[in-house]
Design a protein. Structure first.
Length: 106
């Protein structure tokens, strides 16, 4: 009984740790993707300006892309606020139970 409980705790803890790592890595990847989109638009604005009208149009496009990138980053932040905290709390609880049972000799 104790061995099955111990293996279940290890499985849950390992799964939560892998989930936490996946959340952190995917959030960084999403942030890098947002930054890459923004820098790609800025490079297009600089390289494609041939007249004042082109400059104004491309400036508008860059502003819209910047606003969209900010909105995407804000959505990512809200999602992480919802998901990241509970996963860390669950991982902390599992770790606490694991080491609590170890200190009692069980």
């Amino acid at each position: 009984m104790a061995e099955s409980r111990e293996s279940a705790r290890k499985l849950i803890g390992s799964t939560l740790l892998i989930l936490l790592i996946a959340i952190v890595l995917s959030s960084f990847a999403a942030l890098f993707q947002i930054e890459a989109q923004l820098s790609r638009v800025d490079g297009t604005v600089i390289a494609a300006v041939h007249s004042r009208a082109d400059g104004e149009r491309l400036e508008t496009i860059a502003r819209i892309a910047s606003e969209q990138s900010k909105a995407e980053a804000e959505r990512l932040s809200l999602l992480l606020n919802i998901v990241f905290g509970p996963v860390v709390t669950l991982l902390g609880s599992v770790t606490g139970f694991y080491f609590g049972s170890k200190s009692r000799g069980g």
